[in-house]
Ligand binder design. Structure first.
Ligand code: BG6
Length: 513
């Protein structure tokens, strides 16, 4: 498929060419593989979206046989797939295309053995030497895995090979801050051409996130309103009721900023704020997203004090269930300074967004799961319909990314009857009820895009770099100023009181989700 054909332009998935290939998952016994990758590959297979000649290899450090690995995947699919229970007749055949390979990440022998296994798979399953390497491992292993793959002949030189390809999907976070992201990029680009690198941010694979582009640029009515003249503020919320589960080690390294804000939230912000791209090609869309990030006003010392709030959850209740505080979670330092909540205000200093605050709020162990982008419009002139001197509510366009995917517009309406009070009401579009199905999982889409060679929904190096550029000064500031009052919010609440104070000082308030 040509790189200029954007997936959104196609009439159906079947229009793309799918080469035979093998997907190798590094970190195959990890949490992400069990919860997301295995169900995604299973669902792609079940829906006939994988190439006819396909195989999947799990690469990890634990001892395991093929049979044990297959059984484990089956259990995970049964538990986590969006389609349940597992389709036994499909799985019975499919599992014969699934293999396990045990190795350390830095062992040349292990990679030689992998090369041998892949050769055998090519011979048996006609996978023709095409490979996707999915790095679902701790970020510190990215460089060594890529180096070893290259050294052991598993990455093709794009200048020499034309009929076989190798692509590498790299999980986020890409780097730990601006300098380490640069270093990582420099390291991996010794072995990989940019066209072989797929930096995954699974938010971009969500249907509702892709719909942001369609919503903005396939509808004429919004564009003239989409700017500082009509928009008072934008709020982006990524709320989760879950804690960190079994990912204590990971979270202690990353924290919420690196885990969610630097990638998922900045992607949402870019898509909402970007200019119309010149075409729907991967390059054109990503060019516009980068421009947004380049226009974000750098955070100052004053912002660190007044326009950024970090939090960490203490014990509390979620849905009536008692839950642990972050510091009591498994593999977490009892004195940890890691943030599990972040609220911040950003400005985009370009013509379209001059003076419009973008409020970002994300956190673990909040009262409920909900990702939403809310565009809050300016007040209507308060000349006619004042109620007891009170202004009417502003119009709000709320794009619900998940759950209950949809788009709602809040408008003011006359309540029936002679006394005519005005009440805000909602026009609500819901994906589920309109299309009669819930959207496929983001990972399905992204794995499929990588197999078909489309990088539109993956992050480009300069996007990642820009995003780090904005947030690294904040990380540096935190490092110098550890928070002494952690934990500062109870699990099951909407974060520290300071987050409400932060927005209240601008005469605004967080939306209630
Ligand atoms: C992941 C983060 O990238 O996104 C997790 O590492 C987070 O901490 C998850 O829970 C949220 O994804 P989703 O699709 O459930 O919103």
């Amino acid at each position: 498929m040509s790189m200029d054909n954007h997936p959104l332009e196609e009439t159906g998935r079947s229009t793309r060419n799918i080469d035979p290939c093998t997907v190798v998952i590094f970190g195959a016994t990890g949490d992400l593989t069990g919860r997301k990758l295995a169900p995604a590959i299973y669902n792609l297979g079940r829906e006939g979206l994988l190439p006819a000649n396909f195989a999947c290899v799990g690469f990890a450090r634990r001892e395991k046989t093929n049979e044990q690995f297959r059984e484990e995947l089956k259990t995970n699919i049964n538990e986590h797939s969006r389609t349940k229970p597992i389709d036994d007749s499909f799985w019975k055949n499919f599992e014969n295309q699934v293999f396990y390979h045990r190795s350390e990440f830095d062992s040349d022998e292990g990679y030689q053995a992998l090369a041998e296994l892949l050769k055998q798979i090519d011979a048996k399953h006609a996978t023709r030497g095409n490979r996707v390497f999915y790095l679902s491992v701790q970020p510190k292993f990215f460089p060594i895995i890529i180096e070893k793959l290259a050294k052991n002949g598993l990455i093709y030189d794009t200048h020499k090979t034309t009929d076989q390809w190798s692509r590498v999907i790299i999980e986020k976070p890409f780097g730990h801050n601006a300098s380490s992201a640069k270093e990582l990029q420099a390291n991996i680009s010794k072995h990989l051409d940019e066209s072989q690198i797929y930096r995954i941010d699974h938010y971009l694979g969500k249907e509702t996130v892709q719909n942001l582009l369609v919503f903005r640029f396939a509808n004429a009515i919004f564009e003239s309103l989409w700017n500082y003249k009509h928009i008072n503020q934008v709020q982006i919320t990524v709320a989760e009721d879950i804690g960190i589960g079994t990912r204590g080690h990971f979270f202690e390294e990353e924290g919420l900023l690196r885990d969610v804000v630097q990638n998922h939230m900045m992607q949402l912000l870019s898509l909402v704020a970007m200019e119309p791209p010149v075409s729907l090609s991967a390059g054109a869309i990503r060019d516009e997203k980068v421009k947004v990030l380049q226009s974000i006003r750098p955070l100052t010392e004053e912002d660190f004090k007044s326009n950024v709030v970090r939090g960490q959850y203490g014990p509390g209740f979620i849905n009536g269930q008692k839950t642990l505080g972050y510091r009591e979670e498994k593999d977490v330092d009892p004195k940890s300074n890691i943030e599990t909540f972040l609220a911040l205000r950003l400005f985009i200093d370009n013509w379209r967004w001059a003076g419009v605050p973008f409020y970002l709020r994300g956190g673990k162990r909040l009262p409920k799961r909900g990702t939403e982008i809310a565009i809050v419009f300016n007040d209507a002139p308060g000349v006619l319909f004042k109620q007891n001197g009170r202004k009417n509510d502003p119009n709000v366009l709320a794009m619900r990314i998940q759950p209950d995917e949809g788009i709602a517009m809040k408008i003011n309406c006359k309540v029936p009857g002679p006394s005519s009070p005005i009440q805000p009401v909602k026009m609500d579009f819901r994906y589920g009820s309109y299309f009669g199905q819930s959207p496929p999982e983001a990972y399905e889409r992204l794995i499929w895009d990588c197999i078909t060679g489309d990088s539109t929904l993956f992050a480009r190096a300069d996007e990642v770099e820009q995003s780090w550029k904005i947030l690294t000064p904040l990380l540096d500031h935190w490092e110098k100023n550890p928070k002494s009052e952690f934990p500062n919010y109870a699990a099951g609440t909407w974060g520290p009181a300071a987050a409400d104070e932060m927005i209240a000082k601008d005469n605004r308030s967080w939306r209630i989700l």
